[in-house]
Design a protein. Structure first.
Length: 219
């Protein structure tokens, strides 16, 4: 299946390093960051898992849960976690999904439906497209999808930035401009006409163009 932003995130049941989960139940009323990896014991992914462990408190503040996935069994994840702690200075403190049958990878369109084979014989190159990030809202809808090449480590500061933007824009009728960061000016949404905007922003706004209405970030 082809997934798009706004689709309901496919539900699944799976084994993880923290026990069996039903994905939608696990998300509950929170946001979820699902980030996936082509193979255990691979170098770039090792740095990413350690980075996310160090950043988990920031996601916790934003009512967001982190979950990883790799196309290998949970037993291998647990062994890999020791390497991650040793080399990255942080223990993995969130669940890692075991996906040796590639069920979740196929469900999320990371691999072709006919992908198969023992995970022990599949290489990272075979699973190259299993380097994705999905942000899923409390409504279980897909809010963001990112696909990364094998050799480029993900920027998780950007994931936090996007999460801040999506949470802000879900509460207020605004959009965020390029390179926006928490606390900076925002743009009044195009769905809000000037009359409505005057009620929401009685102090007015800056408008270099009629369609570009800039206001301070709502509290």
């Amino acid at each position: 299946m082809t997934l798009r932003i706004g689709d309901t995130a496919p539900n699944f049941q799976a084994d993880t390093t923290e026990g069996k989960i039903d994905f939608h139940q696990w998300i509950g009323d929170k946001w979820a960051i699902l980030f996936s990896h082509p193979k255990d014991f691979t170098p770039v992914c090792t740095t990413e898992l350690g980075t996310m462990a160090r950043m988990k408190a920031e996601f916790d503040k934003r009512n967001a849960r982190i979950i990883g996935l790799s196309a290998d069994p949970v037993e291998d994840h647990k062994k890999w976690s020791k390497d991650i702690e040793e080399t990255q200075g942080a223990a993995v403190n969130y669940p890692m999904i075991g996906d040796p049958d590639l069920k979740v990878a196929k469900l999320y369109d990371m691999l072709p439906a006919d992908a198969a084979g023992d995970p022990k014989t599949r290489t990272a190159a075979n699973n190259a497209t299993v380097r994705t990030v999905f942000i899923i809202g409390p409504d279980k809808k897909i809010k963001l999808m990112l696909f990364y090449p094998m050799t480029t480590g993900r920027n998780f500061d950007e994931i936090l930035r996007v999460l801040d933007s999506m949470q802000l824009t879900s509460r207020h009728k605004v959009a965020t401009p390029a390179n926006w960061k928490q606390g900076q000016d925002v743009i009044i949404s195009g769905s809000v006409n000037d009359e409505e905007a005057k009620k929401q922003y009685p102090g007015g706004w800056k408008a270099p163009k009629p369609y570009l209405r800039i206001v301070p970030q709502p509290k």
